[in-house]
Design a protein around this ligand. Structure first.
Ligand code: BES
Ligand code: ZN
Ligand code: ZN
Length: 478
């Protein structure tokens, strides 16, 4: 689990980090021994860390940049990043504890909380398969600030734990996390975090005629699962649920349209959309948000096998739509189609799906954000604002109706790939075919799994979507 977050009313800690921005902040008593260096650094606009070993304590001063017209969200992200770097420092000092405070009012409460968030996110490790673990030492983040309450820290801790749950799931190799094991995890998390779960197994999936999920599963030796997560507190503000759908392909080889060796690596994380939905439900339930949320997670691996789908096959989806499969690597949309059809029974206020759906989206966004499209007009701006707040950023891609023409099939109702261009939008149009309600689609292929470390994200799974969905659920209908 992520580091403990505790309020403290004493600065008596062997390792302290102070956030400052202006010369005024240097008057803080703790900073007196290094005041002259700090003054120089601020005047030189050198915004580094000042690391100082005192007699009783070690101190790291984080000099934040001047605001220079930046938005509050941008300032928060800078602080989050600095926190990520600080986590590395704390661990290299082998400290178990850090006490964080801000020297004055030039640093906002949100910046302080973002820094704490960055420290905690930056402290993540996926080392369960290492025999020599080199375990990070940091366990407790103490917060010395009158304006921050323990309740706020508890809320943040639940979000950070949920992010960790999502990262652990998406980092786990398929050999230990197939569709059945994923659904066992979901049931266990439901019990732990107090939301309902129902797992539909192969027989039920067959009786629902989920031809997409069953078709992708043809090449597998493990049956598919369809997990339903439900959190509906008595004080929910919404009667019609917010439905979250997450792609959970436990491994994507591409099937007979086999991926080249280098593109296949990392495809254990093709269930990052599902992981985000699971994490979001955990955080929402743990923090008792007054919102009715349903999570739908179709899951299977996508493999070659004597019975696997081949290009040219035609399958029938749960809503009766026939689909010509021209590329078995475009499998995400096939399993999501059945989930989006299933969502209709809830008469949802809004459906948001998250999926590592297309390499084309990753080409557009890189790891910096996700591609957004969909039919909803009411909640779109709120979701974008939450994405800027959490810095799990979204960018709306061209989603003109003509992309829908590109998935017309010669032999079936639609086909599962479009042309060479607009690969993310044609995938979106494919999904839209199965929706009858306000719907937003997030293609998270770019940010879900990193090849290199970033400030507060380690290489590997990022848990992208958890912080965003939580922020959205909190502001949804309020
Ligand atoms: N899981 C992949 C998309 C993906 C690619 C996610 C890279 C993360 C990083 C998806 O199932 C896929 O293979 N999509 C194909 C679609 C194509 C065949 C139309 C793709 O993007 O190449
Ligand atoms: Zn694929
Ligand atoms: Zn995939």
């Amino acid at each position: 689990m992520s580091a403990n977050l505790k309020k403290t009313d004493s600065k008596k800690c062997s390792y302290i980090s102070v956030l400052i921005r202006t010369e005024e902040d240097i008057k803080h008593p703790l900073l007196q021994p290094i005041a002259h260096v700090l003054t120089r650094k601020i005047n030189e606009k050198d915004n580094g860390f000042i690391h100082w070993y005192g007699e009783d304590y070690t101190i790291d001063v984080i000099i934040l940049k001047h605001k220079n017209g930046k938005t509050e969200y941008e300032l928060m992200e800078e602080s989050r990043s600095r926190g990520g770097h600080l986590a590395k420092k704390i661990n290299s000092e082998k400290s178990t504890e850090i006490c964080v405070l801000k020297a004055g009012e030039s640093v906002s409460k949100n910046e302080l909380l973002s820094c704490i968030e960055g420290i905690s996110l930056g402290n993540y490790q996926f080392n369960k398969y290492k025999t020599e673990k080199k375990q990070h030492t940091l366990q407790n983040i103490l917060v010395y600030d009158d304006s921050v309450s323990q309740n706020e820290l508890d809320e943040l801790k639940a979000i950070l734990d949920a992010n960790e749950i999502a990262r652990n799931l998406a980092n786990e190799p398929v050999i230990n996390l197939n569709s059945l094991q994923l659904s066992e995890n979901i049931s266990a998390l439901g019990k732990e975090f107090n939301f309902k779960t129902e797992i539909l197994y192969k027989a039920q999936i067959e009786s629902l005629k989920m031809g997409g999920l069953l078709g992708v599963n043809f090449g597998s030796t493990v049956p598919p699962t369809f997990s339903v997560l439900e959190y509906n507190p008595a004080n929910a503000k919404n009667k019609k649920p917010l439905v979250l759908v997450g792609k959970a392909v436990t491994y994507d080889t591409g099937g007979y349209s086999l991926k080249p060796a280098q593109s296949m690596v990392t495809m254990k994380s093709d269930m990052s959309g599902g992981a985000a939905v699971i994490g979001a439900l955990c955080a929402i339930a743990k923090n008792n948000l007054p919102v009715y949320v349903v999570g739908l997670i179709p899951s299977t691996d996508n493999r070659v096998g004597s019975n696997a789908l081949v290009p040219d096959d035609v399958i029938t989806m749960s809503d009766g739509t026939t689909v010509e499969v021209l590329n078995t690597d475009a499998e995400g949309r096939l399993i999501l189609a059945d989930a989006l059809h299933y969502a209709k029974k809830y008469d949802p206020e809004l459906v948001i799906d998250l999926a590592t759906l297309t390499g084309a989206a990753a080409i557009i966004t890189g790891s910096l954000g996700s591609a957004l499209m969909g039919t909803d007009k009411t909640y779109r701006n709120l979701l974008i604002d939450c994405s800027n707040e959490t810095f799990e950023r979204l960018w709306e891609i061209p989603y003109w109706k003509e992309y829908g023409e590109m998935i017309k099939s010669d032999v079936a109702d639609i086909k599962n790939i479009g042309g060479a261009a607009g690969g993310s939008a044609t995938a979106g149009k494919f999904l839209e075919h199965f929706t009858t309600y306000p719907w937003l689609h997030l293609d998270i292929a770019g940010p879900a799994f990193l090849k290199d470390d970033e400030a507060y994200k380690q290489k590997g799974a990022t848990g992208v979507g958890v912080r965003l969905l939580y922020a959205f659920a909190k502001r949804f209908m309020s």
